[in-house]
Unconditional design. Sequence first.
Length: 189
Amino acid sequence: MILPGVDTLVIEQPWGVGRHLFGSRYEVRVHAEGGEPLATVTDRGLLGPLRRLLRLTGFSGRTGFALALAHRGQPLLLIDKGRWRPPTRVAGPDGAPLGAVRLEGRGAYALLDPAGQRVALFHEVASFGAGAIAERDGKRVRRDVLRLRPGTPEPLRSLAIATAVAYDVVRGAGTNHTGSGGFDFPTPA
């Protein structure tokens, strides 16, 4: 189980002028509700010059992303999105596929099994609040909050966590924080 015993994740990424103008790498920090650091999300591998340049533009969401959610340097989830808008694939640390996340319209995100069949919608297993600007350690961050329904089974739990920690990748914004895209996750019923 990914991050066992934690059903609320506070997901933060740098939010400042330098990040908006020059940020080409995806970086997120994940904390427990009480503020304890839990994990990081970063690009795996190097970015070539063309990909780095495209990530500085409105085309960022159309570039490929290979991300890793790691706890104390140990990968927990591998999150991959090819170019344009294919489903975002999620795998365990060993590379075994857990499923994928697919945008199905304004604010609806399907959680898919490894065969590509919809198992649930994101808002059926979690609530997500995105986009609050806050401060941590004297620096501005965009703070999103994921609340998983207690007892959410695997792999739905991992797929929901991947959706939230790679939110800008899943919704197609990438590292381009100056464009539109809105924070449009529906809340659970």
